[in-house]
Design a protein around this ligand. Structure first.
Ligand SMILES: [Cu+2]
Length: 485
């Protein structure tokens, strides 16, 4: 079970949190949440970053070996124009091969950064990204087959903001780190000395690796300081396996404004928001009453075999704190009214002439699981991922309807090179949070998704489709496909 080790050690439940005395502004915060460094490539159309090793002291007790881009852990937030030819330069300063996949960018297979585009130690990869898609919060992370889970755990991930420069006109907060917060949610384990530890047991591989300590932007125990107005939270689940069910401690709404790959037409007020690995959601929260409030999460809901055998998938244990907020009345308020319309287009594609595919996310069970090689324990349609096997080919302009089924556990399903619309979840209309454009969907049972491929991917540089529980992905729950131009 996850708890906050610092600041609020021992406190975990919403009820207990609500018993906390209201702290005066002068008392806090000891440790204000920091944003990742912002690199603005909108004007220049280019950015460069180096994957490097570093040292991070997460808990103030011991130094951990970590990896990052341009910094010891994680990477900068890159702001890119949503219609641009952006020149990227990724240097590998580590001593093993890595890749950089632009998760949510709809770019051709040869610059997608999947496992066929490894950057060897000392080498530089220089893809030009032909970006042409709606504004969104997307991200980047390493995607080296069978090494993704550990490389991301070590810190090879960061956030991309795709912008059209119109968010002020939309009435949305845009001041980076002031009223526009980028929040990378991750859980990690630490050993007795306080060093980050990634040791994967058999249950960890089955369930996905869960941490016991919450990190936001790589920081433990930080408090976000916000103005007395509307604040935009760009939430990324950068965890290997943990699914967050987010809510604010006093029950105030989160106004959903954007899903993985674009803004909604208008805000949707939500009390809880499920955030699975790989997903992004943008919400507005009103801090106009000046009260402090905490972002909480329920315990991981993906109990898998255990939960499945017990006939349920309930989370066990009380909610835990993800991030406390305090209001600083000195910070000028830029936005205080919720915008009525956001101008984002809600998906509306007809599925009448779509090619249909069935995708089953499989786990080997019982003793068979143990006997298989680590990278063959999971599969899609019975086939564990194989770098040299193309699972299918489609073509540019093709509309496809996929029925995706998840057995035994929930699996966050991600497709490269496309954004999709959710047609149904278990035969019902999609949940409100899944009514916008998506590239990753938490499949719990069965879901139908609809998409059109607009970019090519050659057989030698195919797109991936996979579970975003990274231990499952590395364990073989991945496939690849080409898109003929
Ligand atoms: Cu999975």
């Amino acid at each position: 079970m996850i708890t906050r080790r610092t600041v609020l050690s021992g406190l975990g439940s919403a009820a207990m949190l609500s018993q906390l005395p209201t702290r005066a502004w002068a008392d806090v915060p000891a440790k204000a949440l920091q944003m990742p460094l912002l690199v603005d490539a909108v004007e220049t159309g280019r950015f460069a970053m180096t994957a490097q090793a570093g040292i991070t002291n997460f808990l103030g007790r011991a130094e951990s070996r970590t990896w990052g881009f341009e910094q010891p852990f994680l990477g900068p937030t890159l702001r890119l124009h949503h219609r641009s030819e952006t020149a990227a330069e990724v240097r590998n300063g580590l001593d093993e091969a890595v890749s950089v996949h632009w998760h949510g960018l709809v770019v051709p297979g040869d610059v997608d950064g999947g496992p066929h585009q490894l950057v060897q130690p000392g080498q530089t990869w220089s893809p030009v990204l032909p970006i042409d898609q709606p504004p969104a919060t997307v991200w980047y992370h390493s995607h080296t087959h069978a090494r993704t889970a550990e490389q991301v755990q070590m810190g090879l991930a960061g956030v991309l903001h795709l912008t059209d420069g119109q968010d002020d006109a939309r009435g949305l907060p845009t001041a980076y780190g002031v009223d526009d917060l980028t929040l990378v949610l991750q859980d990690r384990r630490f050993d007795r000395d306080g060093r980050m530890a990634y040791r994967v047991s058999m249950p960890d591989q089955m369930m996905g690796f869960l941490g016991d300590t919450m990190l936001v932007n790589g920081q433990v125990g930080a408090t976000a300081v916000v103005p007395k107005g509307l604040v935009r939270l760009r939430l990324l689940n950068g965890s290997n396996a943990r699914i967050y069910t987010l809510a604010l401690s006093d029950g105030r709404p989160m106004h959903l404004i954007g899903t993985d790959t674009g803004l909604l037409d208008r805000p949707i007020a939500l009390e809880t928001l499920t955030l699975a690995p790989g997903e992004r959601y943008e919400v507005l929260v009103d801090f106009g009453d000046g009260m402090e409030v905490s972002l909480l999460s329920g315990q991981n809901i993906n109990e898998g075999m255990m939960g499945g055998m017990m006939g349920g998938r309930r989370a066990s244990g009380p909610p835990f704190e993800v991030l406390p907020f305090v209001v600083d009345p000195q910070v000028p308020v830029r936005v205080s009214r919720l915008p009525e319309a956001l101008g984002g287009s809600r998906p509306n594609m007809s599925s009448s002439d779509a090619v249909e595919r069935r995708i089953t996310l499989d786990m080997a069970m019982g003793p068979g699981m143990m006997m298989r090689r680590a990278e063959n324990r999971f599969s899609i349609n019975g086939q564990p991922f194989d770098m040299s096997t193309l699972n299918f080919t489609t073509r540019v302009g093709q509309l496809e309807k996929w029925t995706v089924s998840a057995n035994m556990m929930m699996h966050p399903f991600h497709v490269h090179g496309v954004t999709f619309q959710v047609l149904s979840e278990n035969g019902q209309a999609p949940r409100p949070q899944n009514t916008g454009w998506k590239d990753t969907l938490l499949v719990d049972g069965a879901a139908e998704i609809l998409m059109r491929f607009d970019r090519p991917a050659a057989e030698a540089r195919p797109y991936m489709f996979h579970c975003h529980i990274l231990e499952h992905e590395d364990g073989g729950m991945m496939g690849q496909f080409a898109v003929k131009g």
